[in-house]
Design a protein around this ligand. Structure first.
Ligand code: PLP
Length: 399
């Protein structure tokens, strides 16, 4: 057994100071539960931030990657593999991009998928006059230079100026869209639900309006579905709730259930913007990661986990509101991407209280708790959540 004092000392002495000291040293997981080095069991209602779609150590994922690792792990882009082709075809089918001649680019993370989309946007500039890219304030698109520039949080990017040019941030309102979008815009980047900002939904009709304007002006509508995609919100992809068809989406987090992967999926004419040699990745689309994603998507389909996300999400909302706690002001989000708005800036305390109750959630800001459990969550885990979260709420003073 490694005590907390032992591992935190090692962590603080060796890991880059980009994050604060973690909450625990985890040693194993199974389903919706993880165990730490002191033997404590936690109900994981964060799933590695919407990543562990099938929970931990799921037999379908274990079998797929075990088989793949003993067959082919990596081949370079000089070769293709069956899992890569299967995943590309599967994504085009699930997104609906197949019919318009859609295409897929594979990479290794969310930020890389958005970098690819950023470069795609620069290519939507045939006569040199589409120099502007519009993104939303308070959005999150990743941490590399391009994705960070798209991210609408100056506190995050200010230390790293100068940033790539041409990116403007607007508030997520219909009026701001109207004022910003014209023929000089190459692309508009939108998260269908702002997960990192505390699970904030867009105003009613916002995505449809963005689609109409971008279509009229020839700008790309790029949706960052890195957190909302792959069944999380109770549809395969969040734009499917709105009946809009984007020009591109970016995916990562839940796609391969924890194995690193990212993807840019293009629809229609956006699929012809990249030409040979204009982008690439050594690891992107390797048979290991793509076989993991195939196993995850296959299981989500056959086990009906998209429907489960919608149903369990509704159940969780009812439970959270049912506590009738003076601390809870609202429940936001869709399916199993849920933000709990708090009346007071006590998210850090509530998060800590939940952890003491053996419940993993997170606090994306001072007045929001985010929960994003594995898509496999069932009645037993929901009951356990109710017990643990209820106890955490009760343990906090209300003023
Ligand atoms: C997590 C996230 C990213 C960044 O993904 P990484 O894999 O951490 O690079 C980008 N956009 C959204 C909406 C995210 O939630």
């Amino acid at each position: 057994m490694t005590t907390n004092a032992q591992w935190t000392e090692r962590f603080d002495a060796t890991l880059m100071k980009t994050i604060s000291t973690p909450q625990a040293l985890l040693t194993r997981g199974e389903g919706c539960y993880v165990w730490d080095s002191e033997g404590i069991r936690y109900l994981d209602f964060l799933a590695g931030i919407a990543v562990n779609s099938l929970g931990h150590a799921h037999p379908a994922l274990v079998a797929a990657v075990t088989e793949q690792v003993s067959t082919l792990v990596h081949v370079s882009n000089y070769f293709s593999t069956q899992p890569q082709l299967d995943l590309a075809e599967r994504l085009l089918r699930l997104t609906g991009a197949r019919d318009g001649g859609g295409r897929v680019y594979f990479c290794n993370s969310g930020t890389e998928a958005n970098e690819a989309a950023f470069k795609l946007a620069r290519l939507n500039n045939p006569n040199g006059s589409r120099t502007r890219i519009i993104a939303m304030t308070n959005s999150f698109h990743g941490r590399t230079m391009g994705a960070m520039t798209l991210t609408g949080k100056p506190a995050m990017s200010d230390p790293f100026v100068p940033l790539p040019g041409g990116v403007e941030h607007i508030d997520s309102t219909i009026e701001a869209l109207d004022a910003a979008i014209d023929d000089s815009v190459a692309a508009v980047f939108i998260e269908p639900i702002k997960g990192e900002a505390g699970v904030l939904e867009l105003p009613e009709g916002f995505l449809r309006h963005a689609r109409e304007l971008t279509e009229r002006c020839g700008a790309l509508l790029v949706l960052d579905e890195i957190q909302t995609g792959v069944g999380r919100t109770g549809e395969w992809f969040a734009y499917q709730h709105e009946g809009v068809v984007p020009d591109a989406i970016t995916l990562a987090k839940g796609l391969a259930g924890g194995i690193p992967i990212g993807a840019l999926v293009t629809f229609g004419w956006a699929s012809d913007l990249f030409s040979k040699g204009q982008h690439g990745s050594t690891f992107g689309g390797n048979p290991f990661a793509t076989s993991a994603a195939n196993a995850v998507l296959e299981h989500i389909e056959t086990a009906g986990l998209v429907e489960n996300a919608a149903r369990r999400g509704a159940q969780l909302r009812e439970i959270i509101l049912g506590f009738d706690s003076p601390l809870v002001s609202e429940v936001r989000g869709r399916g199993l991407l849920i933000g709990i708005g708090l009346e007071q800036p006590v998210a850090a305390q509530l998060h800590a209280a939940a952890f003491r109750e053996g419940l993993i959630v997170n606090a994306p800001n001072e007045s929001s708790i985010r929960i994003a459990p594995p898509l496999i969550v069932g009645d037993a885990e929901i009951d356990d959540f109710a017990r643990r979260f209820g106890a955490a709420l009760e343990s906090l003073p209300t003023q």
